[in-house]
Design a protein around this ligand. Structure first.
Ligand SMILES: [Zn+2]
Length: 86
């Protein structure tokens, strides 16, 4: 029981650090996707548009300056930074 109590902050800290690492990785991926311009991350089609926010994840993403986009070619959805009106 004592070990569980003393280990709890370490577990919480580990979860926070893991979450931050995942967020940084996703943010770096979004930056790379942003550099592709108006091209789709998946199929390379030059037709991507902002997608409507439907999920709770979108709210968290917007707080991280990431916006949902959808490809008109393959219809896949992905997140990237919003730059220059697109
Ligand atoms: Zn596509």
């Amino acid at each position: 029981m004592l070990r569980l109590i003393t280990g709890t902050p370490a577990v919480i800290l580990s979860l926070i650090i893991a979450t931050l690492i995942v967020w940084v990785a996703l943010f770096c991926k979004a930056i790379y996707r942003t550099q592709l311009g108006r091209r789709c991350w998946y199929c390379g089609a030059p037709k991507v548009r902002i997608s409507r926010s439907k999920q709770n994840l979108d709210l968290f993403a917007r707080l991280s300056l990431l916006f949902p986009y959808r490809c008109a070619g393959c219809l896949k959805r992905f997140y990237r930074l919003r730059v220059g009106g697109l």
